[in-house]
Write a new protein. Sequence first.
Lengths: 169, 254
Amino acid sequence: MREVTRGRVLDGIGTLARLGLAAVWLVSGLIKALDPAQTYVAVRAYDVLPREAVSVVAGVLPWFELALGLLLLVGIGTRAVAALSAALLLVFIAGVTQAWARGLSIDCGCFGGGGAVEPGQTQYVQEILRDVGFLLLAAWLIVRPRTLLAAERRLVTAGSGSGSGSGGY
Amino acid sequence: MGGADRNERKRKQAAAQARLKAAGITPKRSGPSGNTLVLAIVAVVVIVAIVVGVVVTLTNRSSEAAGPAPNYPVARAGAVITAGQAAAPVTVDIYEDYLCPYCERLETAYKDQLTTALNAGQIKVNYHAISILDRASSPAGYSTRAANAAICAADAGIFPAYHAQLYAEQPAEGSAGFSNDELTSFGTTLGAGGGFGQCVAAQANTGLIETATNTAAANPALQTNGSFGTPTVAIGGQKIDVNDSDWLQNAIAG
């Protein structure tokens, strides 16, 4: 009985992590998709990629984030999508860290904005800590992807057809 | 290997399975399962998103290589460079800083539309080179040096191509920007005569550019919420919103 209760609490925490991470991607992806020029300037400001690659990354990134957000919201492939999310967050953290280390003064452009800022107006510590927080949500879902209200539960039951009741996805 | 050992191992495996199951992780099974279906859906959604992004990017870039060739007169009065027929019915004023990344976006997005309309005599464009980002290069002052070089390019008869090149190769904010020698060699390559290098090096237009910058920044018709920035586009002297991607067509349509 106590095991069951503990499982439900963990399911609840996982659900919050899944929906929280979904909200992060949906909001940041939408803001970026609605302002392509801003997104281009933000990506360019990291000063890592050649201009051609900047336009491709700036074009694809918003839609990739929206895809991750949508899959997490619906709850399909939570573990795989959490792994993709973690990989993307690590790329973001690396980008901000290299900008910081090279002495650039830019805004991360994480949720809109972006581009050069006055020296002294940078917020690298806050930006990295925020990404680490999101990374923890992803890490939880990689370790324990079981959540409530996830569409994949039905898909797996239908897809496996064996009725073995594995409960896993 | 006694039976007790085997039982112990089985028990441990079962416990491990139970832990994974509680965590919501499916142990690998042979054959297609719900897991495969789920991963296939994830792959499809992610691939669709990437394709959408690439298509949007390619559409926005339109015809980078094969744009229309500029075929319009260019005149200069002080720091203002006017492209197009003097009698054109619509006057577009573009306030830009050669270091400003959003100005580069504006140029890249509308260069072809502007050239077509200029060639057709539908509009004339007053280019105002503004130097509000002088402090954003290191050493400071690239905005003014580039603006000066663009004025020299107008006098040398190569302004449209020179203007395009300053944006096509726009240096990053925080960088040194192009040296006067580099600014000169761009112009020489585009066919500027011998006086061009001297004009770029002498920076004789610095005062004009500073005055134009201060005048533009103080003009309420060019401000949003009391502040002036680049790029600013005005039609008939009034600032318009270039986030509306039809701004130029609307202006031509009147």
